[in-house]
Ligand binder design. Structure first.
Ligand SMILES: Nc1ncnc2c1ncn2[C@@H]1O[C@H](COP(=O)(O)OP(=O)(O)O)[C@@H](O)[C@H]1O
Ligand SMILES: [Mg+2]
Length: 261
């Protein structure tokens, strides 16, 4: 794996984002290192989703740069960033409701697939092998996320928590080198949150990749994060380990002054 000496996987440098008079990000920098659960927190409207959109390429900052595994990816479109290994789960539900859990996970391999139309028409031996390999990998993801019992169920019939877990499986099928999650626990029961927190820790430990997590549930954030960056009005107001963030006066003021997020 291509990394720089400090173990940096992703580095956003002085991002400025503007939509007319609105400036969701102002000189915002973020550094994510190997095997790190890095949470980004802040009040509603602070710029968290905008930041994630700049990292995955959906928004283009007015100035600043994004480096991934040592390469400047600032000009790369989202699909190329995905192919380079930046996987993402979105706010809300992004699964295909009429497909099964297993098929949804298989859909994640699509950007790793070679010659899709050719191989579907002519079925050369290498394409059959590729398909078998993807099926075996999908099966490993099903087992990892404990989805065995629902692998052949239609996703539209599943609970919210399970659908989010299937979406996570789809993101893992990309064989990511960085996973970005935007409020994955919103709308989940405490039990579902506990399960997902455990899977996030397992992803760090088994897949050895960092995770950027935007999450409102502070208990979960404090529990599982290795590092926390706090943003307010598009700027970083604090960065540190959970125990440092908990007692940081600027963070306490931001949360007491605004709405509890
Ligand atoms: N596409 C957009 N066009 C205009 N304004 C936007 C757009 N995306 C985000 N914003 C604005 O940027 C600010 C930060 O939003 P967002 O990044 O969604 O915050 P958060 O995820 O922290 O709640 C808000 O004022 C929002 O209205
Ligand atoms: Mg948001």
């Amino acid at each position: 794996m291509n990394r720089d000496d400090r173990g940096l996987v992703l580095e956003a440098d002085k991002l400025c984002l503007k939509f007319g008079a609105v400036e969701p990000l102002k000189d915002l920098s973020l550094a994510v290192t190997e095997r790190q659960i890095h949470s980004v927190i802040g009040p509603n409207g602070a710029g968290k989703s905008s930041l994630l959109n700049c990292l995955s390429g959906f928004y283009h900052p007015f100035s600043g740069s994004v480096r991934f595994l040592g390469e400047d990816i600032s000009a790369m479109p989202p699909y190329k960033r995905a192919a380079a290994g930046i996987a993402r789960t979105f706010q809300g539900i992004q699964t295909y409701p009429s497909m099964t859990a297993r098929e949804n996970i298989l859909s994640g391999f699509h950007c790793r697939m070679k010659g899709a139309v050719f191989s579907a028409l002519f079925r050369p031996p290498w394409a059959v092998r590729q398909e078998e390999e993807f099926c075996a990998k999908a099966e490993r993801i099903v087992e990892f996320l404990e989805l065995e019992e629902i692998r052949n169920r239609i996703v539209g019939d599943l609970s919210y928590g399970l659908r989010k877990r299937v979406d996570l499986g789809r993101a893992l099928a990309l064989e990511p080198r960085l996973l970005i999650m935007d409020e994955p626990m919103a709308g989940m029961s405490p039990e579902e949150k506990g399960d997902l927190a455990r899977f996030i820790l397992d992803i760090r430990d088994h897949f050895h990749i960092p995770i950027i997590l935007v999450e409102h549930d502070m208990e979960v954030v404090m529990d599982i994060s290795d590092a926390i960056t706090v943003i307010e009005f598009g700027r970083v107001i604090a960065h540190g380990r959970p125990e440092e963030i908990r007692v940081n006066p600027a963070v306490i003021a931001a949360y007491l002054g605004g709405e509890a997020a």
